[in-house]
Design a protein around this ligand. Structure first.
Ligand code: ADP
Ligand code: MG
Length: 237
């Protein structure tokens, strides 16, 4: 699929951002691993489609009005069966914070292997152009603001230095008996997003802000399990 077209469609529909599925397809096009998924329409049976996925499953509400899905009960993880997936969707549809919103449907995806949650993001600085950032997930980003930024495009050494700047970097080496996570997998994602041929450079005129929160990194690799891309007000702006 041509992403310029996806971006134009979002603009034509007066949407300021790409929906999660389009965002993940964009990441996949740049070689970033995302969970296998299917899109379930509201009130449609999902059984036949789910055959393509391996449990455990995750269900997420998709609505242009819901930015923080878990805040409204719009994310359920660890579902084992078709019946559990269908029940999760039904209970979301009965949730007033969800039922009252325009819905695109429900994203049903595979669980990423357990690991450390990181945030990788980007934003377009009026003076410097695209910047790429990385931080450790949860309170490290939200409370401690433990993040590292660079101007794009970055090289491998920049990405390694960014990780080294994080105050919480010891978490990457495994604490309390956790295995160390793959730094090279994180560096890879940073380059695919912020490198010379990366997503942020390629779509510099269209992407105002990128938020991949979280990327789940294990010893085996990194998977982007959430993706939000906010569009610039006008292409070329
Ligand atoms: P929100 O809109 O609330 O940020 P997310 O899509 O980030 O929703 O999901 C919330 C949390 O659920 C994530 O931070 C992660 O811990 C977990 N999660 C979501 N999708 C997956 C997945 N495919 N595999 C494993 N964990 C997931
Ligand atoms: Mg998220």
């Amino acid at each position: 699929m041509d992403f310029r077209q996806t971006i134009m469609q979002a603009r034509a529909a007066k949407r300021g951002s790409l929906d999660e599925l389009s965002g993940k397809r964009l990441l996949a096009q740049f070689g970033v691993a995302v969970p296998a998924s299917i899109m379930a329409q509201v009130n449609a049976a999902v059984g036949a489609q789910l055959g393509a996925l391996q449990p455990p499953f995750v269900v997420k509400v998709m609505s242009p009005q819901i930015l923080h899905k878990s805040d409204v009960g719009g994310v359920r993880v660890g579902l084992q069966t078709v019946a559990e997936v269908e029940a999760a969707i039904r209970s979301m549809l009965e949730n007033p914070a969800i039922a009252g919103q325009p819905l695109d449907g429900f994203l049903v995806e595979e669980m990423a292997p357990a690991g450390q949650e990181l945030v990788i993001g980007g934003l377009k600085d009026p003076q410097f152009g695209p910047l790429v950032m990385v931080g450790l997930g949860g309170i490290f980003v939200e409370v401690l603001k433990d993040v590292a930024f660079r101007i794009c495009p970055i090289e491998r050494l920049d990405a390694l230095e960014m990780l080294d700047e994080l105050k919480g970097k010891a978490l990457l080496d495994g604490v309390r008996g956790q295995p160390a996570v793959s730094r090279s997998a994180i560096v890879d994602v940073l380059l695919k997003v912020g490198g010379p041929n990366g997503l942020l450079m390629t779509f510099a005129s269209d992407i105002a802000e990128a938020d991949i929160n979280p990327v789940i990194v294990s010893a085996a690799g990194a998977v982007a399990v959430d993706a939000r891309f906010i569009l610039t007000v006008e292409a070329g702006a």
